[in-house]
Design a protein around this ligand. Structure first.
Ligand SMILES: *Cc1c(COP(=O)(O)O)cnc(C)c1O
Length: 435
C-alpha cells in the first residue's frame, strides 16, 4: 500500500484510521466479520479490470479464459460446501441475489409471505421502502408475544396466515432472529398452499455450511445468501438450489421449446435481468473464502461462534437482561432494553464511546421508531475470528453491563476503553493497511 500512501495520502489516512478502529475496538455487529489476507488480496487484484458478462464458457466478451477458471473454482467449491447441484456466484450483494429471486418467482403485485421486519426480517422481504414491498404484495408472519414460544416463530400460526393470504412464495430468513428454522415444516406449508419456498440465509450461511444449524437446501426451492457475514468471504451474494428442477411456471427456451430449469431462470434473472458485468475480483475472493470454509478449521470456527453467542446470552440473562426468545441457537443475540429504562440508540452510543460496536435494533412489538428502537443486536462472528473464546466473551458482557449501568459516566467509559484495548492486543488482527 506504499503506492497509495504516496499517491493519495487522504484516502490512505482514512483507510489507516479505519484499520486502527477495527484492530483496537470490539466488533459485535452480528453481520460483520474479518476476512483473511488471502481474501483481501484476491479482491485487490487485476480481475477488477475485467468485463465478463455471461457465464463461464458463454461470455459476451473476449479474454475470459482465466476469469472463467476463477468462476468455475468458485462455483465448484460452493457446490461442495453446501452440497448443492446449482449455484450462481455473481450477485453483487445479498439484496441483488434477492432481486433475482423475486424476478424469477413473482409477477408484479403477486403476494408473498415473509417474516415481519419488526420481528427480525430484512428490508428485502417486503419493507414498504424497498422494491420488494413496492412491486409486490407483502404479507407477514411474526414471532409470538408471550407464552412458551415468546420471541419465536409458531409454525401453526405461519400455516394459518399462509392459508388465509395464499402466497405465491413464502420466504424464510432474518437479520435479527436468534433461533434456528424448521425448514421441513415451512416446506409442508408451502406445498399445502402451492407456494414456492425461498430461504435467505444471509446471516447464518457459515454456520449452515459448517453443519451446526439445520440445512435449508433439501427443503427450499431456492436459497439466497450473502458471502460476507458468518461465511467470512468478501462482500457479495450468491444463489443456490439443492436439486435443480424444471421451472413450475412453464417457461420454455426460445428456440427448442424445452422447459427451462429453475437454475437457468435464476441465471437469467441475475444477468441480464438485474445486473450487468459481474465483479470478477470479488468472485475470486469468494472462491478463496469457500476453500477456507471447506477446511476442518472452519467447522471449529463455526462451533466457537455458536458457543460464544450462547455464553454471552447466558451471562446477559444472569445479569438481569431480557434476551429476546430467552437465548440463541446461532451467532446473534437480541437484547430488549425496555426493562432497563434505556433506548437502543442510547445503548449503542454509550457502548461506542467505550469502543464496543453494536447496532440498535427494533425488538418484537417495539413501540419506538427504527431510529430510536428498544433494543440492541450483537453477534460473535467477528470477535471469534480474532480468537475470542467463551471466557473472553463473558468478560465482554461484564464490560458492556458496566457501560449500560452508567451510560453517561466518562470514568466508566475510559476504564472500559482501556480494557477493550488490552483484550484487542491479546487477540491481534493482521495489519489491514499493508495487507
Ligand atoms: C444482510 C442481509 C441481506 C442483504 O445483504 P446486502 O449484501 O447488504 O445486500 C439480505 N437478507 C438478509 C436476511 C440479510 O441479513
Amino acid at each position: 500500500m506504499s503506492d497509495l500512501k504516496l499517491q493519495d495520502p487522504d484516502v490512505y489516512a482514512a483507510l489507516a484510521r479505519e484499520a486502527d478502529r477495527q484492530n483496537n475496538g470490539l466488533e459485535l455487529i452480528a453481520s460483520e466479520n474479518f476476512v483473511s489476507r488471502s481474501v483481501m488480496q484476491a479482491m485487490g487484484s487485476s480481475l477488477t479490470n475485467k468485463y465478463a458478462e455471461g457465464l463461464p464458457g458463454r461470455r459476451y466478451y473476449g479474454g475470459c479464459t482465466y476469469v472463467d477458471e476463477v468462476e468455475d473454482l468458485a462455483r465448484s467449491r460452493a457446490r461442495a460446501l453446501f452440497g448443492c447441484e446449482w449455484v450462481n456466484v455473481q450477485p453483487h450483494s445479498g439484496a441483488s441475489a434477492n432481486a433475482a429471486v423475486y424476478l424469477t418467482c413473482m409477477n408484479p403485485r403477486d403476494t408473498f409471505l415473509g417474516l415481519d421486519l419488526a420481528h427480525g426480517g430484512h428490508l428485502t422481504h417486503g419493507s414498504p421502502v424497498n422494491f420488494s414491498g413496492i412491486l409486490y404484495q407483502a404479507e407477514y408472519y411474526g414471532v409470538e408475544p408471550d407464552g412458551p414460544l415468546a420471541g419465536r416463530i409458531d409454525m401453526d400460526r405461519v400455516r394459518d396466515t399462509a392459508l388465509r393470504v395464499r402466497p405465491r412464495m413464502i420466504s424464510i430468513g432474518a437479520s435479527a432472529y436468534a433461533r434456528d428454522f424448521d425448514y421441513a415444516a415451512f416446506r409442508a406449508i408451502a406445498d399445502e398452499v402451492g407456494a414456492l419456498l425461498w430461504m435467505d440465509m444471509a446471516h447464518p450461511a457459515g454456520l449452515i455450511a459448517a453443519g451446526v444449524l439445520n440445512d435449508p437446501l433439501p427443503h427450499a426451492h431456492v436459497v439466497s445468501t450473502t458471502t460476507h457475514k458468518t461465511l467470512r468471504g468478501p462482500r457479495g451474494g450468491m444463489l443456490l438450489i439443492g436439486r435443480d428442477f424444471p421451472n413450475p411456471f412453464g417457461r420454455t427456451a426460445p428456440k427448442s421449446g424445452r422447459t427451462r430449469r429453475m437454475g437457468e431462470l435464476l441465471d437469467s434473472a441475475v444477468f441480464p435481468g438485474t445486473q450487468g458485468g459481474p465483479l470478477m475480483h470479488v468472485i475470486a475472493a469468494k472462491a478463496v473464502a469457500f476453500k477456507e470454509a471447506l477446511e476442518p478449521s472452519f467447522k471449529e470456527y463455526a462451533r466457537q461462534v455458536q458457543r460464544n453467542a450462547a455464553a454471552m446470552a447466558e451471562e446477559f440473562l444472569a445479569r438481569g437482561y431480557h434476551v429476546v426468545s430467552g437465548g440463541t441457537d446461532n451467532h446473534l443475540i437480541l437484547l430488549d432494553l425496555r426493562n432497563r429504562d434505556m433506548t437502543g440508540r442510547q445503548a449503542e452510543q454509550a457502548l461506542q464511546a467505550a469502543d464496543i460496536t453494536v447496532n440498535k435494533n427494533m425488538v418484537p412489538f417495539d413501540d419506538k421508531s427504527p431510529f430510536v428502537t428498544s433494543g440492541i443486536r450483537l453477534g460473535t462472528p467477528a470477535v471469534t475470528t480474532r480468537g475470542f473464546d467463551e471466557s473472553a466473551c463473558t468478560v465482554v458482557v461484564g464490560m458492556m453491563d458496566r457501560v449500560l449501568q452508567a451510560p453517561q459516566s466518562d470514568t466508566v467509559r475510559r476504564a472500559v476503553r482501556g480494557e477493550v484495548l488490552e483484550l484487542c492486543h491479546a487477540h491481534p488482527l493482521y495489519d489491514f493497511v499493508t495487507a
